[in-house]
Design a protein around this ligand. Structure first.
Ligand SMILES: *Cc1c(COP(=O)(O)O)cnc(C)c1O
Length: 427
């Protein structure tokens, strides 16, 4: 019998990893309190729970004016609109991220300009961004991916030189710090998601951190049907009338109440993830063909939405997708990660139903674009492990590492089986 679970052998881990999201009596009490108060919705904005969430979240990240809203995609669109960026403007985004980072600029009418990533972190490469700057470039959206952070020193220097707005996509970076400064407080805006898979969640939701009170007031207006809001997010001012194009993207009080409980739990969870990730880094760096993401010393606090590492398929013995499939069978939740942005059908002119790629096909001429690092990461190297591995404690990490070693030991047999499967499916 094979040693590998995917070929009929015993699983490395039979116990399920802890589920996410977690909840306790506090969540039930918080929601019950809101239900009984009768103040369920987000109007008038901000409600008491939403105002408290804004204050507590800005404290958690260490600065800025927080504007809670419906999700972590509209946050980026609202940031662009608050900064006056729209039709025909160019916004630089990395080639390795969730599609929202590029679709949010399109929502504002802007054009995402896709650039390559740094192989050490898989985050936006500031040098690639600089080459992509034109007179139309108005903003740059670095994504702090998995557990890494983009080089914010280089990005802020570039932004200053070219007068660009920086929106940090912090959907993976709650609690992360760069040079001791919270993610999302370094750029002009920080965009956070509270969607159910994220490390701080209310089921759905998003928070936009704004460096300036003026941007925060504009953001509050945009998500509140254009109603004017006072500087610093302190309620409405009906006197000045409706002058801003807005919609209803308000968070509900129920969600805000749940996010507040999540903030209470967050520091303890973050500490455990950071400790276990350090343990994981050490164990993985001993495996030939495994490359642990480089930890920049300026990245002073890490957060772990997903733990990403890279394999060198030639040295490790198998391709990343084969490793992931085998790891899943071993009982270790695993994913090859996002597709490279330029491979998403969504952004291909003709194939896409989006107006922007069809109106500006020259920006989406991917055949003539060179994005080698994102391509290599997405097609051969990257392995994403679920943060649940860390919440399971040292034993959770030990199992993941043991499974990776077991797969490497049996690489030859696994590759043979994978090859047969490929032939059978005509690939
Ligand atoms: C989850 C995510 C988003 C979008 O957040 P939603 O709240 O689901 O809209 C944006 N960017 C990245 C990198 C994400 O992972």
């Amino acid at each position: 019998m094979s040693e590998l679970a995917i070929l009929g052998g015993p699983k490395t881990r039979t116990e399920a990893y802890p589920a996410w999201p977690v909840w306790d009596q506090r969540d039930i009490d918080a929601v019950t309190e809101v239900i009984k108060s009768g103040r369920w919705g987000g109007y008038p904005y901000p409600g008491p729970k939403t105002a408290e969430l804004a204050k507590k979240f800005a404290e958690l990240q260490g600065g800025g004016y927080a504007v809670p809203m419906t999700n972590g995609t509209i946050t980026m669109e609202v940031a662009l609109r608050a900064a006056g960026i729209g039709w025909g403007d160019e916004v630089i985004v990395p080639a390795y991220t969730f599609q929202a980072t590029a679709s949010a600029p399109m929502g504002a009418g802007a054009i995402p300009v896709i650039v390559d990533v740094d192989p050490n972190t898989y985050c936006l490469d500031a040098k690639a961004a600089e080459k992509a700057i034109t007179p139309k470039t108005k903003a740059i959206i670095p994504v702090h991916l998995g557990s890494n952070m983009a080089d914010m020193d280089a990005i802020m220097a570039l932004a200053e030189k070219h007068n660009l707005i920086v929106i940090e996509d912090c959907a993976h970076a709650h609690g992360a710090k760069w040079n001791g400064q919270g993610a999302g407080t370094i750029g002009h805006f920080g965009s956070f998601s509270l969607q159910s898979s994220k490390t701080l969640t209310s089921g759905e939701g998003g928070i936009l951190l704004c460096k300036s009170a003026e941007h925060a007031a504009l953001a509050a207006s945009i998500i509140d049907c254009g109603r004017p809001h006072a500087l610093g997010g302190g309620g409405e001012d009906y006197e000045t009338g409706l002058a801003i194009q807005g919609g209803n993207f308000r968070i509900s009080e129920l969600q805000a109440a749940m996010a507040l409980v999540g903030i209470e739990r967050f520091p303890e969870q973050a500490k455990q993830r950071e400790e276990m990730a350090a343990y994981m880094d050490e164990a993985l760096s001993e495996i030939p063909g495994v490359r642990v993401m480089k930890r920049d010393e300026r990245h002073t606090t890490r957060s772990f939405y997903r733990y990403i590492f890279a394999v060198d398929p030639a040295q490790f013995g198998v391709e990343h997708d084969v490793l992931c499939g085998a790891l899943d069978s071993e009982g270790i939740d695993c994913w090859v990660g996002y597709e490279a942005m330029h491979n998403y059908e969504l952004f291909q002119p003709q194939k896409s139903k989006l107006a922007v790629p069809n109106a500006f096909p020259q920006y989406f001429d991917f055949k003539n674009m060179n994005l080698p690092e994102a391509t290599r990461a997405c097609e051969h190297e990257a392995v994403w492990l679920d943060e649940a591995i860390f919440r399971a404690g040292p034993n959770g990490v030990d199992d993941a590492v043991a499974a990776i070693k077991k797969i490497q030991r049996n690489a030859e047999e696994l590759n043979k089986a994978a090859e047969e499967l490929r032939k059978k499916h005509g690939k």
